[in-house]
Write a protein that binds this ligand. Sequence first.
Ligand SMILES: *[C@@H]1O[C@H](CO)[C@@H](O)[C@H](O)[C@H]1NC(C)=O
Ligand SMILES: *[C@@H]1O[C@H](CO)[C@@H](O)[C@H](O)[C@H]1NC(C)=O
Ligand SMILES: *[C@@H]1O[C@H](CO)[C@@H](O)[C@H](O)[C@H]1NC(C)=O
Ligand SMILES: *[C@@H]1O[C@H](CO)[C@@H](O)[C@H](O)[C@H]1NC(C)=O
Ligand SMILES: *[C@@H]1O[C@H](CO)[C@@H](O)[C@H](O)[C@H]1NC(C)=O
Length: 396
Amino acid sequence: MAARIVLLVAALFVNHCVSQPSCTNLTIPVTASARNGRFPESLNPQTEVEVTNFVLELTRQGTNFTQASLEGYATVSGTFNITATYCQPAAGAPDVIQVLTHGIGFDRGYWNLAFNNYNYSYTNVAVGTYGFATLAYDRLGIGESQHGDPLNFVQSWIQMATLESLSNMLREGSIQGIPKFEKVLHVGHSFGSIQTVGVLKMDPNVWDGVALTGYSTQSLYFDFFELASDFVEAQPLIPEYPLGYLAPGGTAALEEDLLGPNEFDPTILPFLASTGAPPTVGEFLTLTAGSAADGPPTEFTGPVLVISGQNDLPFCGGNCDQSFTGYPTLPAAAQRLFPNASAYQTVIVPGSGHGLNLQYTHPFTYAQVNGFFIEHGLGPSWSGSGWHRRGGSKSH
Ligand SMILES: *[C@@H]1O[C@H](CO)[C@@H](O)[C@H](O)[C@H]1NC(C)=O
Ligand SMILES: *[C@@H]1O[C@H](CO)[C@@H](O)[C@H](O)[C@H]1NC(C)=O
Ligand SMILES: *[C@@H]1O[C@H](CO)[C@@H](O)[C@H](O)[C@H]1NC(C)=O
Ligand SMILES: *[C@@H]1O[C@H](CO)[C@@H](O)[C@H](O)[C@H]1NC(C)=O
Ligand SMILES: *[C@@H]1O[C@H](CO)[C@@H](O)[C@H](O)[C@H]1NC(C)=O
């Protein structure tokens, strides 16, 4: 009997939810303030040789280049233009939204890859199949969001403050064109997952549940990524960015950084090369800002999923199956950051590299993330006759 009901509910769910999401692009003015690191202007590379010098200093083993070059701190604050894509099911808005934060080398397009006729789109699955609303945004300084000084402005600190404000605005219902949400979830990838932890350390109530994709608490292997990237100035390849925004040297760099051998369509490499968004030197200098793994844990009380590719380079040195201080895998060791979490789960995606959404295994990854939220009571509200709540009106 129970199994019958489950099947019936599943059938209804699929019936109503498999549809094209309804999406809009919008630019959201977000007010935020943070204490950024202050570095000497001479660190901002002006030539290809200076870019390589920067990477060699950043990755020198046994040294902390951030520590060595930090001059002090400076508060940056303002109202910043953040460009985002909001999606909801064609049938109307549910009561829960996923905020999506991309990693380094991407903009919000990571969550809705145009590759292969959008077959790899995360948002098509989260919204079209599972019925969530999503907000994928370009991190401050990147993509269509407002750009800025790549050394002393576009850093992790101000990006995290912006993410916190944006999430609170969704809960307040204060973004024009987007309804108010009772539950706000966060899905990060890579640097976006590091920022998840940093924001939760400052504000453990900001989200109801989180998924950290492409993540572990290891920072040792960031050097592999930074060296493999073979960085050059994004300027003049991508003319809208000033010097100090970096682009990978070629498609071999992208494969090394992002992909598990033989588990991807090789034609995704030129696609990535032509759609990537460059990171800043300030982001690299503040990569682990606020979320150092050996620092205090978060007080977050919601459910936490960590999902990483078995062969992730930057977070596992290519081997996430390695055990670490009593935990069975490197990503599993992130559990120590979440002692108060209502649930904690680690998933290793077989054969995948760091860029989970780019691999043949993306359907497995998307089912894990969305299934995790639903399993822990954070799925979209649904009542037999239609969406539980539409267009922001609150129901009690
Ligand atoms: C939203 O913006 C993206 C990136 O510029 C673009 O590819 C997409 O077509 C836009 N979508 C809509 C619905 O306008
Ligand atoms: C390097 O120094 C910075 C600034 O003091 C600090 O925040 C960061 O945690 C250090 N990184 C490591 C890996 O120790
Ligand atoms: C932010 O957007 C507003 C409205 O489109 C525009 O007037 C303003 O110049 C933008 N600010 C920046 C720094 O791009
Ligand atoms: C994309 O296509 C592959 C191969 O046809 C299929 O297995 C996969 O489920 C598709 N993914 C999505 C999200 O539709
Ligand atoms: C988190 O757990 C610790 C003990 O493990 C407890 O002292 C603390 O009050 C908890 N914090 C929250 C927000 O529940």
